[in-house]
Design a protein around this ligand. Structure first.
Ligand code: XMP
Length: 514
């Protein structure tokens, strides 16, 4: 296994991800918590030093423990990791006039174990740089193996000691062959076998939960989304009866969704599940409100109230389980007043743990969405659950813009949405789309059905492709498909007599309409 020593880079988790992808287990430890004992106990086959926001030219800048370089194992330094390695081993680092941010090219000028089979001597390779400081004098025993315009020591190596250090970031996708460089390090250099899998992650995560929780009780908010579903099943495998899931049904779920959640988790998995149908409360609380932000606030606040009341009703719990993923976690290493690590995280159910005085169990904290899906498959969750499109917490309530919500409007939307999604699945397009849904507009238009005049609502269809929800393009359906969906919705859903397709990308639009 590989130890990653974190100096606070925003992309340290990507290093862990690349190491995992090479089939090798790794753990990230903040630099100030890596003691000599930890190094002995962990006994890594190799160590990676991450990037970080500090400058080694500062007096109190973070350092790798001296022992790292004395254990006789391979070490790879990345960006700040390179700089501290050089300085600690007798080289020199200076703040450079020539900053390099973003895409850069390196000239490969010497063979090196981590380039093997990937980068040839003489090649010019694209990398991603982000640095202000640079190495200006090599530590003894090192050779330059690649250079760039802004970093004459873009990659350096002491092959005898198996120390490698790069100024660029091999862990990001903008360094196209970066993943292979990391695999060369873990396999060829460190000698790891590469047989570690998500199945092994599952076992480790289960062990970690057992260790953290002991014989205490855990409560988990279940929404039917991928993340909370995976957390629930993982925890159930780990601690069985100590887990209770609470499913707060806001009334803004899609067609059949509430039943599906209850059937799968209660009947199939045998998980203790409280199903609270709170739809009447949610409609009451919203009243005539139609301002999007006020709706969100009201729904979020009431959700917490209902969840808390249900938790109390079952006698409370010591832990709250959350499906926090890595992208939700912002980790920052603070150097003010000596090195200390502050970890801020975005809670899915904001404020709940503090209010209820519960500790958090977050077994997915290190994973990215696609890894969570893989873990879900490993846990035997049905494809329908692990492959689900994202669905916002406020649900259908933010898909009926411009008018007060009612159960009747929600029903109309639910039916149209179900037809749309059914057609998408039938056409085999579900997995090619990031998110697809129907929106019920507050506009009535005139139509003619049979010989009669109709005056009903307009339904807008939305479908987007995206990789992270931050930017998106509208999905380019063929016209036959759109005609089929439009036809079915107008014929089968009373209350809608016109269907339009939203062809706005994000930006300037957002994915949801509110
Ligand atoms: P937008 O509409 O901002 O959406 O482009 C980006 C992604 O976030 C989801 N979304 C939400 N999720 N609560 C949530 O849990 C919300 O209030 C919310 N608003 C948007 C949206 O569905 C899309 O996946």
């Amino acid at each position: 296994r590989i130890l990653i020593i974190d100096f606070g880079s925003q992309v340290t988790q990507l290093i862990a991800r690349r190491v995992r992808e090479s089939g090798v287990y790794s753990e990230i430890h903040p630099f100030n918590l890596v003691t000599d004992e930890l190094l002995d106990e962990y006994a890594p086959k190799g160590i990676i030093l991450s990037g970080g926001p500090a400058s080694v030219t500062w007096e109190e800048s973070p350092r790798a423990p001296k022992k790292v370089f004395e254990m006789g194992i391979p070490v790879l330094g990345i960006c700040y990791g390179q700089q501290t390695m050089m300085q600690q081993l007798g080289g020199l680092v200076e703040t450079s006039e020539h900053h390099e941010f973003g895409r850069a090219f390196v000239d490969v000028n010497k063979e090196c174990a981590i380039f093997k089979g990937v980068w040839e001597v003489g090649a010019k390779e694209q990398v991603w740089m982000s640095h202000g400081d640079r190495v200006t004098k090599l530590a003894p025993g090192f050779n330059v193996v690649a250079t760039s315009e802004g970093a004459p020591y873009a990659a350096v190596a002491n092959e005898e000691k198996q120390f490698y250090a790069v100024q660029f970031h091999p862990e990001v996708v903008h360094t196209p062959h970066g993943a292979q460089l990391i695999e060369n390090f873990t396999h060829a250099v460190c000698g790891c076998s590469g047989d570690w899998t998500m199945a092994a992650f599952k076992e480790q995560a289960i062990e970690a939960v057992r260790k953290q929780v002991g014989d205490k009780k855990v409560i988990c908010g279940l929404s039917g989304g991928v993340d909370s579903s995976v957390v629930a099943v993982l925890l159930h495998e780990a601690i069985g009866e100590q887990l209770t899931c609470v499913f707060v049904d806001t009334g803004f779920m899609r067609q059949g969704e509430a039943e599906e959640v209850v059937t799968l988790f209660r009947d199939h998995y045998n998980i203790k599940l409280v199903h609270k149908d709170a739809s009447a409360q949610f409609f009451d609380a919203l009243g005539d409100e139609y301002d999007p932000e006020k709706k969100r606030k009201t729904i979020g606040g009431l959700f917490i109230d209902v969840f808390e009341a249900e938790a109390k009703a079952i006698g409370g719990a010591d832990f709250l389980a959350q499906g926090t993923l890595y992208p939700d976690v912002i980790e920052s290493v603070s150097f003010v007043g000596g090195p200390s690590v502050t970890i801020k995280s975005h809670h899915n159910v904001g404020g709940l743990p503090e209010r209820m005085d519960m500790k958090l169990v977050e077994p997915l904290r290190e994973l990215f969405k696609d890894e969570v899906r893989e873990l879900g498959k490993e846990l035997g969750l049905p494809e329908k659950f692990v492959g689900r499109h994202p669905f916002p917490g406020p649900g259908l309530a933010i898909r009926i813009p411009g008018q007060p919500l009612s159960a009747e409007l929600c029903d109309i939307l639910r039916k149209a949405d179900a037809i749309y999604l059914e057609e998408i699945r039938n056409a085999g397009l579900y997995d090619a789309i990031w998110q697809a849904f129907a929106v019920l507009l507050p506009v009535r238009t005139v139509g003619v059905m049979g010989d009669a005049r109709t005056y009903e609502f307009v339904c807008a269809l939305r479908a987007v492709t995206s990789t992270d929800g931050m930017t998106a393009d509208y999905y380019h359906f063929d016209h036959e498909f759109l005609a089929r969906v439009s036809n079915r919705i107008i014929n089968e859903v009373r209350g809608i007599n016109r269907v339009v397709y939203d062809c706005t990308s994000k930006p300037p639009g957002t994915i949801e309409w509110e």
